[in-house]
Design a protein around this ligand. Structure first.
Ligand code: CP
Length: 394
């Protein structure tokens, strides 16, 4: 973090030329001459806000990448980000986490933007945290209630998307049971940005970003560091064990991409029937059994059996699955003293995690949920924040 010479604001560097500033409330009129000389874009998270570099403010090309984003026009996959992009999202999320600690955790950054959540599959955490994030950024939020929409009359996904976009929507947050659906949606949109909120077995990129943010936060607390100052170096050599239904998990695919991009050593632990048929190209090791793998792990990342994708057919019984691969009270002493347990939720207590273990401080699932808002604020800000709109409205 950098403090400008007037001393009453904090700047976080996003990229060589882009900074996010967090100023005290009511302190919007800061003297821009006090910013670092190399800054060309400072995005203020205050009431008054936002000096934009003319090059970005004048951008009107709807097909252009989001000018601030470390990804393209859309966020579909962690592969769109790479290590530098993940670091950038985490850095912006830290600035928004500071906003969240305010008495009134709201900034005008996306005022005038409209964000639609299109969830064709159930969700509690992802949908509510995206909607909370959008509202904290002062965007207007609409939510398609699929069960009572024209989808039930047979309207296609493409017609639904084109209908919603025709209303002048700036971003679509899409969850779908079909892998690749958000990719298709991104092809059909003319100006709206698309965020993948989980598609089939494919990916859940914002969940992996939340998990990275949370792991770094815990490490920073223990070392007494500012999380932002750690960058992503704290992931180098970190031993992360992903346990459970890897085969059907979009979270696991995004986690593997994110953790390995940041230099972590990733190991998978699952019965053979719940591993993907081929792990060719996956930068992972595979543990033969859970008990011996637990003690080596700095982070144990648990996954739910994806019953809605037929996972029950791949295990003899839930009881046997838990006996072999669940984080039971018996296994708790096998964890390293410093280990933490993550879970993206929803947890099925008594199956992949014992209820008592879920409630211990070692399990940071609730913290992951809390961090979901700041991380999704960062994603929406990076997609939409510097343009004035998602492109021209025609
Ligand atoms: N982790 C996650 O995607 O949870 P939801 O299904 O509740 O959104």
């Amino acid at each position: 973090m950098h403090r400008p010479t007037d001393g009453h604001a904090t700047l976080a560097r996003l990229s060589p030329s882009i900074w996010v500033g967090v100023a005290p409330r009511g302190d919007a009129g800061l003297n821009v001459t006090s910013f670092p000389a190399e800054s060309t874009a400072v995005h203020w998270l205050t009431d008054g806000h936002a000096t934009l570099p003319s090059a970005l403010a004048e951008s009107t090309d709807a097909a252009a990448p989001a000018p601030n984003a470390p990804f393209g026009r859309h966020l579909i996959s962690i592969a769109d980000l790479g290590a530098a992009g993940i670091a950038e999202v985490l850095g912006v999320a830290e600035a928004f986490a500071e906003v969240e600690r305010r008495a009134i955790p709201k900034v005008p950054t996306l005022r005038g933007k409209v964000i639609a959540t299109l969830f064709f599959e159930e969700s509690t955490r992802t949908r509510l945290s995206f909607e909370t994030a959008a509202k904290r950024l002062s965007a207007d939020v609409i939510s398609l209630a699929v069960a009572t929409s024209a989808v039930k009359k047979g309207e296609s996904l493409r017609d639904t998307v084109e209908t919603v976009e025709a209303m002048g929507i700036d971003a679509l947050v899409v969850r779908h049971s079909s892998s690749g659906a958000p990719t298709q949606v991104a092809r059909w949109t003319k100006r709206a940005r698309v965020v993948n909120a989980g598609d089939g077995w494919h990916e859940h990129p914002t969940q992996a970003l939340v998990d990275c943010f949370t792991i770094r936060q815990v490490i920073a607390e223990r070392t007494g560091d500012d999380p932002a100052s750690l960058g992503v170096s704290c992931f180098e050599g970190l031993r992360i064990l992903i346990v459970g239904d890897i085969a059907h998990s979009r979270v696991a695919r995004s986690q593997v991409l994110a953790y390995s991009a940041l230099g972590a050593e990733v190991t998978l632990a699952a019965p053979g029937s719940l591993l993907p048929p081929s792990l060719e190209g996956w930068p992972v090791a595979v543990a033969g059994d859970l008990d011996s793998a637990l003690g080596r792990a700095d982070v144990v990342s648990l996954l739910r059996l994806q019953a809605e994708r037929g996972s029950g057919a791949y295990v003899p019984s839930l009881r046997e699955y838990t006996a072999g691969w669940g984080l039971t009270a018996r296994r708790l002493p096998l964890l390293a003293d410093h280990a933490i347990v993550t879970h993206p939720g929803p947890m099925v207590r008594g199956v992949e995690i014992a209820s008592d273990v879920a409630d211990l401080p070692v399990t940071v699932a609730t913290r992951q949920v809390a961090n979901g808002v700041a991380v999704r604020m960062a994603v929406l800000f990076l997609l939409l924040g510097a343009e004035g709109a998602g492109g021209p409205r025609d």
